[in-house]
Design a protein around this ligand. Structure first.
Ligand code: GLY
Length: 370
């Protein structure tokens, strides 16, 4: 991808997000279907940070005050839901407060954003199961479940340790990453979605399929979370095992991609050509591959950078809505939860977020939230 193409795509993104700002307004988008209209979910839903994350990122890239104003209140809106625990917020506070409170504090120095960010880190740390060394994922009955997605929530804890000077957040993040590395990342670089533990003794029980095709399958978005999450764990700790894990997941991910480089929703479905894509998995992996490229020796960089660019070029050319100005999303063909029959072949706000994030990084955006 040459410099002119990177700039051209970023220009398209800027035009698109200006339009999205008018179209989406105050809504909290998650999914847009065929009519191209993003829905409006309650702010406790795990995806509520991504739209304000796009706004903060675009403010940082362009300096435009319109983005800053639209993004400003989102950390407080989501924080409101802490009073409803244990019914709503869960380990995904990382996805919710990194692109709201944390980036707001980084960009503006706002002390209220710092307080909210640290409060969310306290909440996340409070979900740690010390017997099993994992952060509990969801609420409800599954007290002993940890999931691969949580690798992307760990930067909240690393950030909180840096801001507060208290290493306990980081200790929890490292224990959790070690548990996931041991039990979810397989020899061949594929990753399981859910890990089940005995919450009382901490004993590991089994891998579960979750949003993937089965317990021994490779849900592409989960694999993208793992790829990116371990690279971030390396950035925050310098522990080579995490970078090696990220690379191993990346090698499996790249090798399993179809010809157009945008993954199907699971790499191990029986008839992939009959299955839906998940453009969001491609976008997340592309941003993660760029992260890996930042940490490997010069001779290795090209492998990861080229794979990221191949995915992003395909998303740009074949999966985007540039010629549909009324469509409120950027990427088409995301798949939320195929086994549950939910949100299949739709636009997903996190697909849009990570696509923009990856393209912004290729255009010199050096701030790191995740
Ligand atoms: N974190 C849930 C998902 O990726 O669908």
């Amino acid at each position: 991808m040459d410099a002119a193409y990177r700039t051209m795509v970023m220009d398209r993104i800027m035009h698109k997000t200006e339009r999205m700002l008018e179209q989406i307004g105050d809504r909290s988008p998650h999914v847009a279907r065929e009519d191209g209209v993003y829905d409006d979910l309650p702010h406790w839903w795990w995806t509520s940070g991504f739209w304000p994350g796009i706004l903060w990122l675009m403010h940082d890239m362009t300096g435009s005050d319109a983005y800053r104003q639209a993004a400003w209140d989102w950390d407080a809106r989501i924080e409101h839901w802490f009073s409803r625990y244990p019914l709503e917020l869960h380990h995904d506070v990382g996805f919710q407060f990194l692109p709201t409170a944390v980036i707001k504090h980084q960009l503006t120095g706002d002390q209220e954003a710092l307080r909210i960010g640290l409060r969310s880190a306290d909440f996340m740390a409070g979900r740690f199961n010390s017997a099993g060394g994992f952060i509990r994922a969801w609420n409800g009955d599954h007290i002993g479940w940890a999931i691969i997605d949580c690798m992307m929530n760990l930067p909240l804890l690393f950030w909180a340790s840096r801001e507060s000077g208290d290493p306990r957040y980081k200790h929890i993040a490292v224990r959790h990453a070690d548990t996931i590395l041991k039990n979810a990342v397989r020899e061949d670089g594929s990753v399981a979605h859910i890990l089940s533990f005995n919450a009382e003794t901490g004993e590991f029980i089994e891998q579960l399929g979750g949003q993937g095709y089965g317990p021994d399958s490779a849900w592409s978005r989960g694999n993208a979370w793992g790829l990116y999450g371990f690279a971030i764990a390396y950035r925050n700790t310098g522990d080579q095992r995490y970078l090696d894990a990220s690379k191993r997941i990346a090698h499996h991910f790249i090798a399993a991609l179809p010809d157009d480089a945008v993954p199907h929703w699971d790499f191990r479905v029986e008839q992939p050509e009959e299955e839906e894509r998940d453009s969001s998995a491609g976008a997340i992996a592309a941003s993660g591959l760029i992260e890996i490229a930042e940490h490997v020796p010069h001779a290795q960089k090209r492998i990861y950078q080229a794979a990221a660019e191949r995915i992003l070029t395909s998303l740009t050319e074949r999966y985007a809505t540039w010629d549909q100005p009324e469509h409120q999303a950027i990427l088409l063909q995301g798949t939320g939860h195929k086994p549950a029959g939910e949100n299949i072949n739709v636009s997903l706000i996190y697909g849009d977020y990570y696509y923009i994030e990856a393209m912004a990084k290729l255009n010199g955006w050096s701030r790191r939230i995740f």
